[in-house]
Design a protein around this ligand. Structure first.
Ligand code: LLP
Length: 401
């Protein structure tokens, strides 16, 4: 995005601020559709957890995507934003059965990930058509926190319990119309994707009522110039091969579902902060910005890399800094990062902040969460106010008043 616009947003709406370029989301959506177009019947379900502002969700709904929701709140927000109930796939993990009941009654598609809750579901609603999440037993994903398809993971029905599922189906207790896997986020190795694809198509052979296969998210996008990314062409080829084999062997057509989060919205997001101080200490210089891991958690939680640009001096001579926040514990966005020479008051921008940026923010240290702004047709629109002290206090009960 043009630096002028990033600076304009910071000037107009203040810092810190999240800015999303909707054109980038649209381009990513088109790019993915182009790659997937060799598959006849597919649907992209946007992973709401990655960026859930209602204006963004409405925009993505208008592009023609469905929604991947993991909580009843995401389901309700999705319905409010115009997603059709049969375009919302609800994939809970470890939630109360009350919540699953509520989602079913709202009419969205139910994708269950444990034999235990499928039993409750059958007791409550009798024989229904549902889809199920399988744990394929594969290690995949950029780091341990986001690798969720391996044998030790809490997600999905383990292969060792698929017999129980098939038994329930044979006895007419439930109809399994689709299988789902999501092995991890930031999947760097294409063979990990391949392994998952092969595994799920092979498991699908035993399910007589199967109509769809959902391959989850996990497409890796680059966070810096030489960073790796998923080879989409290879990925789609693998899906297409397995699909063709399956369809010709069983003489039936399957629908495929994809649930990208990062691929659609990571790149569109810019998190802009202002430098409070340059602090020199023990032979290093800290850039202290007016934010912290309460606003952008990924670097602290996962050691994730976000490219950092000094918008006020983009072409300046590079110097090495630690970029830190104001939270009262280790709060480092980047260590020993080469950034154009920076001074107090400069605007510092974190790139690739669209996915899991704002949605993972918090009020730690009683800090307000920042405003969100989007760029649509060359115009900036505020899509969330900065929280006020009243927002922070709302809902709290003062028993001494
Ligand atoms: N489908 C399911 C069932 C998921 O759990 C996820 C992400 C996705 C799709 C989308 O995955 P994506 O395409 O965005 O990789 N907070 C972490 C990422 C956590 C991903 C959780 N599940 C991060 O900031 O790296």
């Amino acid at each position: 995005m043009d630096i002028k616009i990033l600076k304009e947003a910071a000037l107009k709406f203040g810092t810190p601020i999240y800015l999303y370029d909707l054109k980038i989301i649209e381009n990513q959506f088109k790019k993915l559709n182009k790659e997937l177009s060799v598959l006849e019947n597919y649907k992209i379900h946007f992973a709401a957890k990655s960026l859930s502002n209602i204006s963004i969700l409405k925009f993505i709904s208008k592009l023609g995507a469905g929604l991947d929701a993991v909580s009843i709140e995401e389901v309700k927000i999705g319905l409010k934003c115009g997603f059709n109930k049969n375009e919302i796939l609800y994939t809970p993990n470890g939630v109360s059965f009350e919540e699953i009941k509520e989602a079913f009654k709202l009419g969205v598609k139910i994708n269950l990930d444990s034999i235990e809750c499928i039993k409750d579901f059958i007791n409550e609603f009798g024989s229904q058509s549902i889809t199920v999440r399988i744990n394929p037993g594969i290690y995949a994903g950029g780091n341990e926190n986001v690798s969720v398809g391996h044998p030790e993971s809490k997600f999905g029905i383990p292969e060792t319990r698929i017999n129980e599922l098939l038994d329930m189906e044979i006895k007419g207790k439930i109809k399994i119309t689709g299988l789902h896997i999501h092995t991890g986020s930031d999947i760097t190795k294409n063979n990990q994707f391949k392994e998952g694809i092969k595994k799920i198509f092979s498991i699908a052979r035993d399910f007589k009522n199967i109509k769809s296969i959902d391959l989850g998210g996990g497409i890796k996008i680059p966070y810096y110039d030489d960073d790796t990314s998923t080879n989409l062409n290879d990925y789609v080829k693998e899906v297409s091969n397995e699909l063709n084999k399956f369809e010709s062997e069983f003489n039936k057509k399957l629908k495929l579902i994809f649930e990208p989060g990062k691929f659609l919205v990571s790149d569109c997001g810019f998190f802009i902060t202002k430098v409070n101080y340059i602090k020199s200490s023990n032979a290093k210089d800290f850039i202290q910005v007016d934010s912290g891991f309460n606003h952008l958690l990924r670097p602290t939680l996962y050691g994730s890399y976000h490219e950092i640009v000094n918008l006020s001096n983009p072409e300046g001579k590079k110097k090495e800094y630690d970029v830190v926040g104001y939270i009262c514990e280790k709060d480092t966005f980047a260590y020993k990062r080469k950034i154009s020479e920076t001074k107090k008051g400069d605007l510092i921008c974190f790139k690739n902040a669209g996915a899991y940026g704002f949605t993972m923010s918090s009020n730690y240290n009683s800090r307000s969460r920042p405003a969100e702004v989007c760029l649509l047709d060359n115009k900036l629109h505020k899509i969330r106010e900065t929280e006020t002290i009243d927002d922070l206090l709302s809902g709290q009960i003062d028993i001494f008043n």
